[in-house]
Write a protein that binds this ligand. Structure first.
Ligand code: ZN
Length: 430
């Protein structure tokens, strides 16, 4: 079994009640075997962690990774123009190979900015799963299902193929969910079937919810309900583990309906800010005991997959909304990006904190930089000063995916060449 010893780093475990301390961390095989003030035993690889902070890898709870090929292609447009004139026509040209290389581009960005796991919803998920395997990352994958058109049956078959063929692949790095896209793209009949299937086979569900006011109006017109009431009445929250993306426009009654739900909400503040969607009611959600993690949404809208940007945006937004700098602390925001997101993916027993016995998914942040000195409070530095570019080393399941900012599992030159060639073809003439 390979061993890796990281010596003399500032360790931020993100375990509730733990304070950062300087110490050593030993990884054996895919797991953390010891964390202590000093570990003196030989290891196959030793990393000098002095001047570095070690923390759990960041977990992106909502992504459409392959949309990275469309990053920055249609920013600053009205939502419907963005979608109808730009995104949908470009996406219609995407082949399975494009989706593979788009996901590889996203994986390179995520590894380089300290993300070790992500939840993804898209189509042609075999290609996404292959990219997850090849990159060495961890992911929860979902075949997104839109049921407005004719062939819902094919979508369900593909969704089940993904679950049957890929769950547990890569020594457990890949997990899967069912992905009905959103209340406004899933009528009651097919959505009920998905919910029943999720319940009978104990499959988690990943779905968008109440991202925009337009969506809320559409559902109210069709069903005289809020989107949350619509999902609740169909029984989605009865026992199923559910990952809700966005949940921006929730009433106080909606939030109460979600009390006691398994899973929770992926808050995606950068995307919500950039598209002018609104601010999710975080305080009300957490007051009801609902788990809230952080995600980016696809780079086609968010433009960046840097989770450090989400941490900042989440904290800033709550402080702004409540006119209160104590509304969401640096530590709380970092917790959302790690252990709380892990709960949403259902992998908190394996990752999300640094603890002996857990999977070794962690990052080292180089603190020897002007914007990260002096070190009064590591949580503050990591939340408010650090960016993804400060990540020096990224490790998933004990395997080093980036060291000294050099990608180890991916060939960046090849990814860059493939991504720019394919992105040009997808957007030509649009
Ligand atoms: Zn999304």
């Amino acid at each position: 079994m390979n061993s890796l010893l990281i010596k003399g780093c500032s360790i931020v475990t993100m375990v509730q009640g733990d304070k950062p301390f300087v110490g050593d961390l030993l990884i054996e095989g895919s797991r953390i075997s010891r964390i202590a003030d000093a570990i003196d035993q030989p290891a196959d690889t030793v990393i000098d962690g002095r001047g570095m902070a070690a923390m759990p890898g960041l977990i992106n709870a909502h992504n459409h990774a392959s949309m990275s090929l469309l990053r920055g292609f249609s920013d600053d447009l009205k939502l419907m123009d963005w979608l109808d004139k730009k995104m949908l026509p470009a996406e219609a040209r995407m082949t399975k190979e494009d989706i593979y290389w788009g996901t590889m581009l996203a994986a390179a960005e995520m590894i380089a900015s300290g993300t070790t796991a992500f939840a993804d919803m898209y189509v042609q998920m075999d290609a996404v799963a292959q990219a997850v395997l090849d990159s060495g990352m961890r992911a929860s994958l979902t075949r997104g299902m839109v049921f407005l058109e004719d062939d819902g049956g094919r979508r369900m078959a593909e969704a089940l193929d993904l679950i049957d063929n890929w769950s547990g692949a890569g020594d457990g790095r890949i997990t899967t969910m069912l992905g009905p896209h959103a209340p406004f793209t899933c009528p009651p009949q097919p959505l009920s079937e998905v919910i029943e299937l999720a319940r009978s086979r104990r499959i988690p569900v990943h779905i968008h919810l109440a991202e925009t006011v337009e969506e809320v109006a559409k559902i109210r017109e069709r069903y005289q309900q809020t989107p949350t009431e619509y999902l609740h009445e169909l029984g989605l929250f009865c026992g199923n583990h559910v990952l809700l993306a966005h949940a921006v426009h929730l009433t106080a009654d909606d939030v109460r309906l979600l009390r006691g739900m398994r899973g929770g909400i992926s808050h995606n503040p950068v995307s919500n800010l950039k598209l002018g969607c609104g601010v999710a009611p975080l305080r009300e959600m957490t007051a009801q005991g609902i788990t809230v993690g952080l995600g980016t949404d696809g780079a086609g809208s968010a433009t960046t997959l840097d989770m450090f940007a989400e941490v900042k945006a989440a904290a800033w937004l709550q402080k702004l909304v409540f006119g209160d700098p104590t509304a969401l602390s640096a530590e709380q925001a970092l917790r959302m990006a790690t252990i709380e997101s892990a709960k949403l993916l259902g992998i908190d027993g394996e990752t999300g904190t640094l603890e002996a016995g857990k999977q070794a998914d962690l990052i080292l942040i180089d603190l020897d930089k002007p914007h990260l000195q002096p070190v009064h409070d590591l949580y503050s530095l990591l939340a408010y000063s650090a960016t993804g570019a400060d990540v020096d080393t990224t490790i998933v399941a004990g395997r080093i995916l980036m060291r000294n900012r050099q990608l180890q599992s991916l060939d960046w030159e090849e990814i860059s060449r493939e991504a720019s060639r394919r992105a040009a073809r997808l957007t030509e003439g649009l």
